[in-house]
Design a protein around this ligand. Structure first.
Ligand code: HMG
Ligand code: MG
Length: 303
């Protein structure tokens, strides 16, 4: 008898952030050609949302300097969205020139993190996003909004759920079609995540929420389970559990896509992603980085 979790979404969307969030924290530069191979393998595995790069200052994040070449080289597959992070109008224009399908802006619920990550206050960042969102509307490009540090900040410590809800609501009202809630340093547990979601859900419908967990303390899958129980069905993850944020010291990679898929398969939540092909994408990039995969499922199935 197969187990169907009650009240859980029947289908889920994985937003693969490995080529961006995963690689941005890797010191070893990966060539545009290898990033393109990785992205094509992910699309071939059935992943339909792939954050493939970012248009940020190359001085701040050198690994992302090849994003234009990456977007120009992808063998675009029908039905797949190729997305990019854009912090300002300059980044948005570069993204448009590289034919990205969708952009994401990134704000934070913590003042100190906002300063370290994008060199401005939360309020200044929101002001900066206004012309970007206007330009995106004109170009018919959807904008996703991230809120970082939704349970804790590497500089400010504990973050009030109400602060997260406030920033998330502002991004939503400004026109972001979806808000991805980021536990940037992976400190959340199901209890603190539930508390944060309770605050956010009073302001934004759950269908408009996504979760983005880093796995620093090994809590990401439990936190995703909590999000699913709340009806959230969009989950960000990173192939082979790559990554971390360069401006969040000690933050380890995102939860591994392979591990999230195993969880969703076990709950009978449909994604249409092929595990075997996904594993191969993870092994490819791990080999390029000369590192073991951070995915438990990958390690188990490779043995
Ligand atoms: P700034 O120094 O305040 O910007 O940086 P500025 O406007 O004064 O410009 C300084 C220089 O950067 C100039 O060049 C600009 O042209 C250039 P220069 O005259 O010195 O040669 N510049 C750019 N170049 C390329 N693309 C651009 C761009 N904008 C300006 N878009 C800025 C402000 C936002 C640019 C900088 O702080 C930055 O790039 N930050 C990005 C940091 C980043 O990428 N962090 C990681 C992503 S966030 C994350 O990982 C969290 C997330 O995963 C969710 C979670 O886990 O919680 C999303
Ligand atoms: Mg992240």
């Amino acid at each position: 008898m197969s187990y169907v979790a009650e009240n859980f979404p029947k289908t889920a969307t994985i937003v693969e952030v490995g080529p961006r969030d995963g690689l941005q924290n890797e010191k070893q530069l990966i060539s545009a050609e290898d990033k393109i191979i990785l992205i094509d393998m992910l699309a071939d595995a059935g992943v339909t949302s792939i954050e493939s790069g970012s248009f940020v200052s190359p001085k701040w994040v050198p690994q992302m300097a090849t994003s234009t070449d990456v977007f120009n080289g992808i063998n675009k597959k029908n039905g797949v969205k190729y997305m990019a992070l854009t912090p300002n109008i300059k980044g948005f224009e570069a993204a448009i020139n590289a034919n990205v399908d969708e952009v994401a802006i990134f704000g934070a619920a913590s003042e100190a993190f906002s300063q370290k990550n994008i060199n401005c206050s939360i309020e200044e960042s929101l002001q900066r996003f206004i012309p970007l969102i206007e330009a995106a509307k004109k170009a018919n490009i959807k904008v996703r909004g991230y809120v970082s540090c939704v349970v804790g900040c590497p500089y400010d410590g504990y973050i009030e759920p109400e602060k997260v809800a406030e920033v998330a609501e502002k991004l939503y009202q400004m026109g972001c079609y979806e808000i991805s809630l980021g536990d940037t340093i992976g400190v959340g547990t199901p209890a603190s995540v539930q508390k944060m979601l309770n605050a956010v859900k009073t302001r934004i419908p759950v269908e408009k929420l996504a979760v983005h967990f880093h796995d620093t303390y090994g809590q990401a899958l439990a936190n995703i389970y909590t999000a699913l129980q709340n009806g959230i069905s969009v989950i960000d993850s990173s192939i082979a559990g790559l990554g971390g944020c360069p401006y969040a010291k000690g933050a380890s990679g995102n939860v591994a896509t392979e591990d999230v898929l195993y969880l969703l398969n076990g709950l009978n939540i449909t994604t249409n992603i092929d595990m075997d092909k996904l594993l191969k994408a993870g092994w490819f990039i791990s080999e390029k980085l000369g590192k073991a995969s951070n995915s438990k499922v990958s390690t188990a199935l490779k043995a």
